[in-house]
Design a protein around this ligand. Structure first.
Ligand code: NAD
Length: 480
């Protein structure tokens, strides 16, 4: 595909932003240039906010039953174009076609759930809260909402938000990651074809200046952010300063505990997929495996065998199981962490730096054993195919390792003991918890988000919580 410069979608039209700064987008498997993201700022964000604010009064007055018809149309279009969308995800992000398709399907499920708005938006009422006085609580849309997305799930993450926001009667602005803008370009073409009224759905491309313009804008009512923890913190604080609602999903360092009573084949297959699927660039990826009670030799041997069998390559090719990481700088960052781990005394059992595929940004599956909680590789989010093994004497010690970690997105245990499973479920701080599950991903009808440094806010993404995030619950008390 020839190099293409992205446009914005504002007020129902594609508009060419008048900015000169661009981010050059490359296919991470080939390093080939595939496009340019215009790095928009205050002017372009303001135009989108004005379009969205102008569309809001009429859109909120459209009966919810009619609003969701646009989502039904969009769902049908997304279903028709899911393979095309998956191919774009693979080309701009590098993950394999089956991983891309899986993420696209997960995104489409968000639209499914949001079409339930006529039921999910219902309020509550009670007669005679005092003699002859009745009370009801109604959900009302709030205004213009925005989302700011990361590079790792280019099609899916914005879909965590906009279907719910507009089903509730709000209008919307999406800012995709400048590293992967093409998936949302197709999604917004389908949004256009679904016939949403102009201004209800808007798309602005850019990087950090665009984010600054969104989080500081006085006329945006709420922001959903997904990305790294340092940026999530900035977004949370600055949104609060302008009185916005905010849900800011941050980084991860996920633990998986393996009890000696676990079904080892199940555990090892699931951990391998969790740590190295999507080249480790998943916020739910296993980062630290904790063999408990003396099973480390078995876990180590099983992981090494499975890692050796992973086929690395261009994710658009059949049978490839692991694609590249997102960019040259990110590859270098992961390689630097591998060097740091070895330097700090962890045992480098499988060294992904040895995978030397040029061009493209490939790092092979990497395993460190004998990792200690105070090592850099145990503390920092690496966001690549690097797994650290940190043995523990018992489950109490294993849980104490995860308590020391400031991030708490997801965590899992592999066990056949109900007692161990309960102790884990009761004590683990991560708020996406898996029991005999490698990737504890809540589906569209549940809330998605972590705890501690992995999440800032209170209402999580999608599920029923979305209907709280995107509405004001007005209480009306009446006497006639
Ligand atoms: P990132 O924080 O670098 O970027 C996220 C978004 O913020 C992008 O749209 C980017 O343009 C913008 N941005 C980047 N730096 C900025 C800055 N200094 N000021 C303002 N805006 C800025 O994240 P990423 O590298 O795109 O994505 C990977 C990260 O996202 C990982 O930390 C991963 O764990 C996290 N993530 C978390 C979840 C979750 O559910 N918690 C899901 C997916 C990804």
């Amino acid at each position: 595909m020839a190099t293409e410069r992205l446009k914005n979608y504002v007020g129902g039209e594609w508009v060419e932003p008048k900015v000169t700064d661009v981010h050059v987008v490359r296919n991470p498997a080939t390093a080939e240039i595939i496009g340019e993201t215009p790095l928009c700022g205050t002017h372009e964000v303001d135009a989108a906010v004005r379009a969205a604010a102008a569309a809001f009064p009429a859109w909120r007055a459209v009966p919810v039953q009619e609003r969701v018809q646009y989502l039904f149309k969009l769902k049908a279009l997304l279903d028709q174009h899911q393979s095309e969308l998956a191919a774009i995800v693979t080309r701009e992000n590098g993950k394999t076609l089956s991983e891309s398709l899986g993420s696209v399907k997960r995104g489409i499920q968000m639209v499914d759930v949001a079409t339930g708005a006529p039921s999910l938006l219902m309020g509550q009422s009670l007669e005679d809260i005092s003699s002859g006085i009745d009370c009801e609580s109604v959900r009302q849309p709030v205004g213009v909402f925005a989302c700011i997305a990361p590079f790792n799930f280019p099609a899916m993450v914005p879909m965590w938000f906009f279907p719910f926001a507009v089903a509730c009667g709000n209008t919307f602005i999406c800012k995709p990651s400048e590293q992967v803008p093409f998936s949302q370009k197709l999604v917004w073409e389908l949004i256009h074809d679904a016939g949403f009224p102009p201004g209800v759905m808007n798309l602005v491309n850019g990087g950090r200046d665009c984010v600054s313009a969104i989080i500081d804008h006085e006329d945006i009512a709420g922001v959903s952010f997904v990305g790294s923890t340092p940026v999530a913190k900035i977004v949370y604080e600055r949104c609060a300063a302008t009185g916005k609602r905010v849900q800011a999903l941050g980084g991860a360092k996920n633990f998986i505990f393996v009890m000696p009573d676990a079904d080892m084949d199940l555990a090892l297959d699931a951990i391998t997929e969790s740590a190295f699927g999507c080249a480790g660039e998943r916020c739910l990826a296993a980062s630290i495996v904790v063999p408990v009670g003396g099973c480390e030799a078995e876990v180590r041997k099983g992981l090494v065998e499975r890692m050796a069998a992973i086929r690395i390559g261009d994710g658009s090719e059949e049978n490839v199981q692991m694609g590249p990481v997102i960019s040259e700088p990110h590859k270098q960052r992961v390689i630097d962490y591998i060097g740091k781990g070895a330097q700090e005394g962890a045992e480098l059992v499988v060294d992904g730096r040895k995978v030397d595929r040029e061009p493209g940004y490939f790092v092979g599956p990497t395993l460190f054993c004998d990792v200690k909680p105070d090592m850099t590789i145990a503390k920092d989010e690496i966001f690549g195919p690097v797994l650290c093994m940190m043995p523990a004497a018992d489950l109490d010690e294993a849980l104490s390792f995860s308590k020391q970690q400031p991030l708490a997105n997801a965590s899992s245990i592999f066990t056949t003991s109900g007692k161990h499973a309960r102790q884990f479920r009761y004590n683990i701080e991560a708020s996406m918890a898996g029991i005999n599950i490698g990737v504890a991903a809540p589906m569209s009808f549940f809330g998605f988000g972590g705890a501690k440094g992995s999440f800032f806010g209170d209402l999580k993404a999608h599920g029923r919580e979305a209907f709280d995030f995107y509405t004001d619950r007005k209480v009306v008390i009446s006497r006639w």
